[in-house]
Design a protein around this ligand. Structure first.
Ligand code: ADP
Ligand code: MG
Length: 610
């Protein structure tokens, strides 16, 4: 017999699709709080969120006569017509979360709007209303979900250990706290405060509190076309992508396009590892497709190249500056001013509150915390007039859910850095026959003559390679290269590549090559060093396609630069002029820095004058 499923059974089945784990429930609840215009959100969990989840906000609240409706499937105040779907500005829109969470838990809702005289307490078990009564409450909403999946044992089996589930939830709240730096977050796990953020909009302060490994105060501000945020200098990389947070229109996303734009922004200056980056990207909602992944982490841009290019451009402009020059003195990070190191790398998250929790009061009871919020005067949602009104006029007001737009994120902290100015430098000295000392306004710079030479040669080579006629310039005395048998074999395959560059080179027989002409864009010494380096490498680098040739060229540039040469002051001047004319004067072709810096501040500190 075909039957229409009892709606409670249907909800239980559907719930599993929206709510897979405790962290998915927490995500939905926090997103609702953000959509409700909250300025403060408390997340409390016990047993990894399996036994207890509480999310309390000071948002607009739910009108008493609509509270039960909110738990019906497809009940939403955020969209009213099909056209709205194209330009969703709020985080939630499917109207499924509350229905799903209540279907698989014992749920308590306490809510009060600004207009209401009293609050409302609604209890549902497995989606069925158990009680609905008046109660005293502050403005805002608290949802407590207990015993998640108590009525769907199969789903319960898929959950990981309490520690793993807790870790996932804490990581999620950290990410929310970064993006919504204007919202105060408090995270409590098994009765202990894991972290609190101030909610004063200072992104760097939040990063410093939550991600100490990022060294927030050393990050460089980025401000470009639809892209804002912070990136690390090219020398401060990490071994994983853990230090990379990308937000598109408020959603934390994974995107190869953004990763590529970021890397290209460094212009080959990353020697190894991954830079840290927190990027807030604004995109027309019509230009993105967030639905390719059910968890909505993966994102697809319809104008990939534009997005990649604006990220590359913005990052490049910030990194190719004095701020992007690596520091000679590796400073110990200052101890964070506020609370706890619940980094995303908490091992089997036995999340201990740090000893450094801000103040004693920060650890006091939730009631204190809540009453403090009550006293807070610059709340986003004034008591008498909620910024977002449910449910009337939602279609017209859809644009009011601007909490999701990165327009609300203020990139504070250091100013957007200015391009590096070589003209400001004054020559101060030359040490170890290698390092050139220059003085800027309040910073000392140390240049590595070899890395600098290599960069200059490389750019000269690339320009010459592209633009020259590739007709060799004959040399008066041809020179020969005697090589070992293996190099002779592989080298013969590479002669055409060298001829393309403008060499007149031939197999001279008996493990010997002869050079009769050199590229017009090299001098004799450079041409000699380059071709020797090229042949030397030839047996190590397999294949002879363009990528292999490029690699050989890159490596051979090093050989073209004479080593351990004491430079005259005139040569130093020429070197600096050459370097300043480079497109990327900051690193050698292999990503090593061409110069580093020591600020006068650091010198003074070392002498204990500060
Ligand atoms: P959606 O967020 O997709 O609209 P939900 O099931 O998450 O669907 O929520 C249903 C409705 O309940 C929301 O549209 C909103 O009107 C209301 N709501 C849920 N949580 C809150 C909250 N914390 N504060 C105010 N209103 C809320
Ligand atoms: Mg929602």
């Amino acid at each position: 017999m075909i039957r229409v499923l009892d709606s409670f059974i249907a909800d239980k089945i559907a719930a599993g699709e929206v709510i897979e784990r405790p962290v998915s429930a927490v995500k939905e609840l926090v997103e609702n709080s953000i959509d409700a215009g909250a300025s403060s959100i408390i997340v409390e969990i016990r047993g990894g969120g399996k036994s207890y989840i509480r999310v309390t906000d000071d948002g607009c609240g739910i009108p008493a006569d609509e509270a039960e409706t909110a738990f019906l499937r497809h009940a939403t105040s955020k969209i009213s017509s099909i056209t709205d779907l194209d330009a969703i500005g709020s985080l939630g829109f499917r109207g499924e979360a509350l229905a799903s969470i209540s279907a698989v838990s014992r749920l308590t809702l306490v809510t009060k709007t600004a207009e209401a005289n009293s609050g409302l307490k609604l209890v549902l078990h497995g989606g069925r209303v158990i009680s609905n009564e008046k109660t005293g409450a502050n403005q805002g909403t608290t949802i407590i979900a207990e015993d998640l999946f108590y009525n769907t044992p199969a789903r319960r089996k898929f959950m990981k250990s309490d520690a793993r589930e807790a870790s996932a939830i804490i990581e999620l709240i950290q990410q929310f706290a970064v993006y919504y730096a204007g919202i105060r977050f408090m995270m409590i796990n098994n009765g202990q405060t894991v972290f609190t953020t101030k909610g004063d909009g200072d992104v760097l302060a939040v990063l410093d509190t939550l991600y100490p490994e990022m060294h927030a105060y050393k990050l460089i501000a980025v401000d470009g076309d639809g892209v804002r945020g912070y990136v690390s200098d090219p020398g401060s990389t990490r071994t994983s992508r853990k230090g990379q947070l990308f937000f598109v229109n408020g959603r934390l996303v994974d995107s190869a396009v953004i990763e590529r734009g970021l890397n290209e922004g460094y212009g080959g200056r990353i020697f190894s590892g991954f830079p840290s980056a927190v990027l807030f990207i604004d995109s027309d909602p019509h230009d993105i497709d967030v639905n390719i992944h059910p968890g909505k982490r993966e994102i697809r841009f319809l104008r990939q190249d534009e997005v990649r290019e604006s990220i590359r451009e913005a990052v490049n402009r910030s990194v190719m500056t004095d701020r992007g020059v690596p520091e000679a003195i590796v400073r110990k990070p200052e101890p964070p001013a506020v609370s706890v190191h619940a980094g995303s790398e908490i091992a089997e998250a036995v999340v201990k509150p740090s000893a450094a929790v801000e103040t004693a009061s920060e650890q006091t009871s939730i009631r204190d915390f809540l009453s403090r919020l009550d006293r807070d005067t610059d709340r986003k949602v004034p008591q008498d007039e909620p910024a977002v009104r449910y449910p009337e006029h939602v279609a017209e007001e859809a644009t009011e859910y601007t909490a999701v737009s990165s327009a609300t994120v203020s990139v504070s902290g250091p100013d957007i850095p200015k391009p590096f100015d070589f003209d400001e430098l004054v020559f101060k000295g030359y040490v170890f026959d290698t390092y050139i000392i220059m003085q800027g306004r309040d910073t000392l710079y140390i240049f590595d003559q070899h890395a600098a030479h290599e960069r200059i040669f490389y750019e000269k080579f690339m320009a010459g390679y592209k633009e020259s006629s590739h007709i060799p310039q004959p040399i008066l005395t041809p020179f020969t290269l005697n090589v070992s048998a293996d190099v002779y074999l592989t080298g013969r395959d590479r002669l055409d590549a060298l001829r393309n560059m403008g060499y007149d080179i031939e197999d001279f027989g008996d493990r010997c090559f002869i050079v009769r002409g050199i590229p017009e864009y090299m001098n004799a010494a450079e041409a000699d060093g380059f071709v020797r380096g090229f042949m030397d490498d030839a047996s190590d680098v397999q294949g002879d396609n363009q990528a292999v040739i490029d690699k050989l060229i890159m490596r051979s540039c090093k050989s073209a630069v004479k080593a351990n040469d004491r430079l005259s002051e005139r040569e130093i001047h020429e070197l600096m002029t050459g370097l300043s004319a480079c497109e990327n004067p900051y690193s050698c072709p292999h990503g090593r820095p061409t110069f580093i810096k020591v600020s006068s501040y650091d010198i003074e500190r070392s002498f204990r004058r500060r």
